[in-house]
Design a protein around this ligand. Structure first.
Ligand SMILES: Cc1cc2nc3c(=O)[nH]c(=O)nc-3n(C[C@H](O)[C@H](O)[C@H](O)COP(=O)(O)OP(=O)(O)OC[C@H]3O[C@@H](n4cnc5c(N)ncnc54)[C@H](O)[C@@H]3O)c2cc1C
Ligand SMILES: NC(=O)c1ccc[n+]([C@@H]2O[C@H](COP(=O)([O-])OP(=O)(O)OC[C@H]3O[C@@H](n4cnc5c(N)ncnc54)[C@H](OP(=O)(O)O)[C@@H]3O)[C@@H](O)[C@H]2O)c1
Ligand SMILES: Cc1cc2nc3c(=O)[nH]c(=O)nc-3n(C[C@H](O)[C@H](O)[C@H](O)COP(=O)(O)O)c2cc1C
Length: 594
């Protein structure tokens, strides 16, 4: 049997790096890095039992995890098949016996795009699933009020349809690796030959454990990934708006030289931000500390200043911090808002307030070793890549709006967007990783038409798509809807877009500048003005893409698309819904919204 090498605890790596390297080696050797068939010491013979692993994923995290679980499943003798939830018919859940579902949540508690058809089916058309044993793992973010909402819905509906839980639903926050690992280990325990019965209750597990492996297939050959990001050199930082704009959107060019990292048009780049030193100083002032106090973050010892600068979120408070402040200062205005029925009021209260505002409510400062575990880990931010690797080998470009605002008398800065804009000096690097998308890509058929709707920074992936198609010589027609506030100062990538329009690479470019006239004009208004042609493109097999603001724009564009199908395609409201659902299931309607 192949022996899987193991990095010992004494090796000079952090816990996360060691976990990643061990996962990498396990994957390498289990996949035939040696010459023999993969086996694990504790691998029971599950004799090729089929195991559908279905994922709902917008930006690839749940998809990556599903693939890693599949790898473990085959090492345990199962025959896993990994599918997007919208492709569930291929797994035939009524007959499947067992199924594992891994899903993120988007919007406000909604399933990701590649799970919406599955959710409609589950609600309205699914048969009884009395023979199904299932397990649901949710990926989410506790900052959202409906934490892991999609996973909760799937889990409870599958139970209503007669399915039996193998293990209680798992719910992972943004630092999902440890919770996911513990949940998956529990699942394998349950699936061991001889282990008995399905779990009965739907209570979620939130547990701790070791970090898992990195696992992005696209970058299997690179040593760099989410848990070991690449220190990249920033080559260019160019302001795209002209003087007089109220916006600050910047174009960045970042070198991937020496990283071994690869990407495709449609992928996102993860950026590991560093907090602003002035904010760290302010926080140290509130804590009445110097910064040299020793603390520990994820088992690594460091001075408090280092922890606050690189590891901890100084903006969004954790639930634990809110509770600790309320316990210290029960009379403060925050305390009564923590009652579950006052959730909406709490949300309003927290809007525009950061950790420092909240710490000022506590009557005396928290000591360093008490505050550190109460703060959230500083999470990486994702940015849609705005370049094609064919057009810019070894580079990755981003189009980022700098978040700056004033709130409760203090100037505020978005952590990552202003880190990129202001704080990467010439000598410094930005730590990055590639987050593969799960299908948000230009059409595989080079002749297929594509329609792209991308106002504001939503233009980013479409610059990449257009570069990609140009470099590949794809002949399909390209139509872009772009908009922003004012044409004179906010027309991002104007020169490039006009060159493509003139040379015919862009067949159509429709612009919606919202603040150049009294009444707002948005991209969806341009879609409706051109409804007949848009319908004709869809009927000719066009792929329809949307990128940018999720809270309003993407919803309004979706509504406009339905209206066009109804009005020009002569469909009833239900038929239009079915038409759009079919576009999604054919992967011809893809979104990258945030
Ligand atoms: C898949 C994906 C792709 C993305 N692509 C892009 C892209 O191409 N370009 C891009 O610019 N962004 C993109 N984003 C968004 C990006 O990831 C960050 O969320 C964004 O840059 C803000 O991060 P930050 O760290 O600068 O701000 P943060 O420190 O995270 O601060 C932002 C937060 O500040 C608060 N806030 C903001 N404005 C106000 C206000 N006026 N009043 C009170 N509170 C406020 C809100 O709570 C907001 O969530 C993408 C996101 C995803 C998920
Ligand atoms: N959650 C929010 O409230 C909110 C709002 C805006 C931006 N953002 C975030 O700010 C960042 C940068 O924004 P951005 O530069 O990408 O673009 P943006 O600020 O969203 O604006 C781009 C264009 O879209 C228009 N727009 C506003 N509402 C729209 C709607 N319902 N339908 C269609 N278009 C609409 C804007 O017009 P007007 O501005 O003139 O209305 C502007 O012309 C993103 O992260 C975005 O998510 C968040
Ligand atoms: C625009 C947006 C909306 C989100 N909405 C929710 C939500 O309502 N509930 C939740 O638990 N998580 C929410 N999340 C967090 C994602 O579910 C989480 O980041 C997840 O790891 C993404 O996995 P994926 O890459 O597989 O899509 C949201 C994230 C974004 C960017």
């Amino acid at each position: 049997m192949t022996k899987i090498p193991y990095i010992p605890e004494t090796a000079p790596f952090t816990l996360e790096q060691r976990a990643w390297l061990n996962g990498f080696l396990a994957g390498l050797f289990a996949n035939g890095g040696g010459n023999e068939a993969p086996q694990l010491n504790n691998a029971p013979a599950n004799a090729g039992e089929p195991l559908p692993i279905l994922f709902g994923s917008q930006t690839g995290t749940a998809e990556g995890l599903a693939k890693r679980i599949a790898k473990e499943a085959s090492q345990r003798g199962f025959a896993p098949v990994v599918l997007a939830l919208n492709d569930h018919t291929q797994a035939d859940l009524a007959k499947a016996g067992k199924a594992i579902i891994i899903s993120s949540t988007w919007g406000d508690g909604e399933p990701p795009d590649n799970a919406t058809n599955f959710w409609s089916w589950l609600q309205t058309a699914a048969p009884r699933l009395d023979n199904l044993e299932f397990a649901v793992l949710g990926l989410g973010d506790k900052n959202y009020s409906d934490f892991c909402g999609a996973a909760k819905k799937f889990d409870s509906r599958l139970e209503n349809l007669g399915g039996r839980r193998l293990v209680p639903r798992g719910e992972c926050d943004t630092d999902y690796e440890a919770t996911a690992k513990t949940w998956v280990d529990g699942l394998w325990e349950k699936l061991k030959p001889g282990a008995n019965g399905a779990a009965t209750n739907g209570h979620a597990v939130h547990t701790n454990g070791h970090a898992g492996a990195n696992g992005h297939a696209a970058n299997a050959k690179s040593a760099f990934g989410k848990t070991n990001p690449f220190p990249a050199k920033l080559l260019k930082n160019v302001l795209l708006n002209k003087p007089g704009s109220v916006k600050e959107v910047r174009h960045y060019e970042i070198s991937l030289a020496g990283s071994g990292l690869t990407y495709e048009a449609g992928d996102a780049l993860g950026v590991v931000p560093v907090n602003c030193p002035a904010l760290v100083d302010e926080m140290l002032g509130v804590l009445r500390c110097t910064g040299s106090e020793p603390v520990s973050v994820s088992n690594s010892d460091m001075p408090l200043r280092e922890a606050l600068t690189r590891h901890l979120d100084l903006c969004k408070p954790s639930q634990e911090l809110l509770a600790a402040i309320a316990a210290r200062a029960p009379k403060c205005e925050l305390a009564p808002l923590l009652a579950s029925e006052r959730r909406d009021e709490l949300k309003k209260f927290l809007w525009g307030r950061d950790v420092i505002d909240l710490l000022r409510l506590a009557e005396k400062p928290f000591p360093p070793t008490e505050i550190v575990p109460l703060l959230r880990r500083l999470a990486p931010r994702l940015y849609s890549i705005s370049s094609s690797p064919k057009a810019h080998p070894g580079e990755v470009h981003l189009t980022v709006s700098a978040v700056r605002y004033e709130s409760f008398g203090r100037g505020r800065k978005g952590v990552a967007s202003t880190f990129l804009a202001d704080r990467i000096g010439d000598a410094d690097c930005v730590k990055v990783f590639v987050q593969p998308s799960h299908g948000f890509k230009p059409p595989a058929n080079p002749d297929a038409p594509m329609i792209m709707v991308g106002p504001g920074t939503g233009i980013a992936p479409f610059r990449a798509f257009l570069e990609e198609r140009k470099a590949a010589g794809a002949t399909g027609k390209n139509w872009l809807f772009f908009g922003d506030q004012k044409r004179d100062v906010d027309y991002l990538y104007e020169t490039e877009l006009n060159t493509w329009l003139q040379d015919g690479h862009l067949s159509r470019l429709d612009l919606a500048f919202s603040r150049d006239q009294d009444a707002k004009i948005y991209v969806q208004d341009r879609m409706l003005e051109n409804a007949a042609e848009l319908w004709a493109w869809l009927e000719a097999g066009a792929h329809f893409y949307v990128c940018g603001d999720a809270s309003r724009m993407a919803k309004d564009v979706d509504a406009a698309l339905h209206r066009i199908v109804e009005a020009v395609g002569s469909r009833s409201a239900d038929e239009a819904k079915a038409y759009v659902a079919k576009l999604k299931s054919e992967k011809r309607y893809q979104r990258d919204v945030y």
